[in-house]
Design a protein. Sequence first.
Length: 137
Amino acid sequence: MLLNVIQDSTNFLDLKTVDGQEFETFRQVCEKLGLLEDDNHWDATMEEAVLCHSLSQIRELFAILICTCGLSNPLQLWDKYKVALSEDILHSFEKMDQVNNDLCLNEALIHIEDKIIRISGKKLSDFGMLTPQRRPI
C-alpha cells in the first residue's frame, strides 16, 4: 500500500518517512497518511456503553472490540476507559480494605483477557495490550 502512495522510495527508510518525519513502524506511517481507519467509532461505542450498560457488559464489549474489530490502537482505548472498566472491582476491593488502583486495573485486565481467550483463544498481548499479572493458583 505504501509503495503506491510514497513515490520514488528507494528503501524501507523512505517508506517510514513522511514530510521529513521518520516513524518507527509502517502502521504509524499509514495512520499519518490517513490510510487506516481510526478508532473514533469504537470510542463512541464505548462512551455510550459506559452510560447505559453494566460494567461486566462493558468489559465484554471491550473484549469483543479487541478480538473482532481490528482496533488500530486498543491500548489508547484502554487508557481512556480503564477506570470505567474497573470501577466495580475497585468497589469490591474497598469493601475488603485493599484499595490499590494497580491491582484493580490488573484484575479488570484479567477479566477482559479471560473473555478474549473464550472468544478467540488469544491473549491480550496478541493484540498489543498489557499483559495482566495472574496470581499462581
